[in-house]
Design a protein around this ligand. Sequence first.
Ligand code: C5P
Length: 221
Amino acid sequence: MKPLVIAIDGPSGVGKGTVARALAAELGYQHVDSGAMYRAVGWKALQLGVPLEREDAVAAIASGSTIEVSATMVAIDGHDVTRAIRTPEIDKAAAAVARLPKVRTILVERQRAMGESGGIVMEGRDIGTVVFPHADLKLYLDASAEERARRRANDPAHSGPVALAEVATALKERDRSDSTRAASPLYAAADAIVIDTTHAAVPEVVAQVMSIVRRTLAGER
Ligand code: C5P
């Protein structure tokens, strides 16, 4: 059987990365964090002083840059930006460039190419709806805004304010931007399995998802 294409979507701070990483490791699949690509483009635009609402200029950055996303590192044009892209400033910049349809077209095309031969777990906001509408398995992780803010504040990969109230305010603003934008807004695909993780610990969610994957691999769903 061809290795699966697994799409994981959901709002910021829900734990998609942790679940996707664990799943990919367990299955021996490639794990791709598509958000890191929007972050890398936002980072480079800021470096070059390009206003984030200038669609053509930002799209030119996206198309002219080499973006590498591996399990351990994110690089743009050979610069390691793994840590630099996990800041409150880049949270905002990524959400701003992600609103631009021309930027999305370029990144979606690259994301599809990565999934061509299957064996991939890709996480993001539009993976099950736009990038891989025919994914073998679509998961949509959700959690309350309060719980997501708490998780984000405790995430060692992210630098910046640790005051919960500040994290919560920024997260709500990003939720609003991601789910109300015209281009590929965040929502659960009609055929996605929605999992509310508000009261579940990571190992529990991973175990639940793995049992769904096993059923998918066995052709039971
Ligand atoms: O997942 P992460 O928080 O790193 O994504 C950063 C931003 O990139 C999101 O707020 C969202 O605006 C955008 N994004 C997107 N589509 C994806 C992944 C991320 O629009 N597939």
